[in-house]
Design a protein. Structure first.
Length: 242
């Protein structure tokens, strides 16, 4: 019998800024048993801000921890499987949330790289006309913000598009303390998206949150941006891969 989800929630108002990243900056971070998953020859690093709503752990809602903001930095990998289709997933470099209990739970369950921060958001989106979305966070006195504008009506991403690639990786891979890899599944329906306009990421000079090499990548303008409506999601317990 398949185990039920570890976490259920709604992920809404996703802002995804995408940067072209040299593969040599990502290879040291690739978990064992996976390999980098490029899109049309490019290795993509994505900064993603969104809202967690109605969060439940094993079906239980924890008061004061149901609705919150998250910002994460991630890249894309695949797990080859002999005789089967590769599993396409993401690896998180850093995940930022506003409450220590959330970070502690995620580190305990998945050994994901969570930190806590003071966070804010300004979301004014209409599915038919678009709008604006902005996320801000402050870690150890260093301020960060990401923002973009969406116009027109949100629509499912075109087959083979970058928007489809970015939003439809359904596995997570996390390096464990002993060097092994944890694999876990994330399910959600296809999201409607807008192409993001006037996208930008602002960071405090010399910020160390993402490390020197990746901070240099993030200092350049994003090559693309997508804004997604989001949906209900389920995150399942992880298992070690060989």
């Amino acid at each position: 019998m398949t185990a039920g989800p570890f976490l259920t929630a709604r992920w809404e108002d996703l802002l995804l800024l995408n940067f072209d990243c040299p593969p040599e900056s990502l290879r040291p971070l690739v978990p064992a048993g996976t390999e980098l998953d490029p899109w049309r020859g490019r290795h993509v690093l994505s900064l993603v801000g969104f809202r967690f709503l109605g969060t439940r752990i094993r079906g239980v809602a924890v008061p004061g921890h149901r609705d919150f903001t998250e910002v994460n930095l991630r890249f894309y990998v695949r797990r080859p499987r002999p005789g089967g289709e590769p599993r396409r997933g993401v690896v998180f470099v850093r995940e930022v949330v506003p409450r220590r209990a959330i970070a502690w739970t995620a580190r305990l369950a998945y050994n994901e790289p969570y930190v806590t921060a003071s966070m804010s958001h300004d979301v004014r989106l209409d599915p038919d006309t678009g709008g604006v979305v902005r996320y801000g966070w402050s870690v150890d006195g260093e301020t960060h913000a990401m923002e973009a504008r969406a116009a027109g009506a949100a629509a499912p991403p075109a087959a083979g598009s970058e928007a489809e690639f970015i939003t439809e990786h359904y596995w997570g891979y996390s390096r464990q303390r002993d060097g092994s890899t944890l694999e876990y599944r994330v399910t959600h329906p296809t999201w409607k998206v807008w192409p993001g306009l006037e996208a930008a990421y602002h960071a405090a000079p010399g910020s160390g949150l993402y490390g020197r090499e990746l901070a240099e990548v993030l200092s350049k303008p994003p090559l693309s941006c997508h804004v997604a409506e989001g949906s209900e999601v389920e995150v399942y317990p992880g298992g070690a891969i060989g």
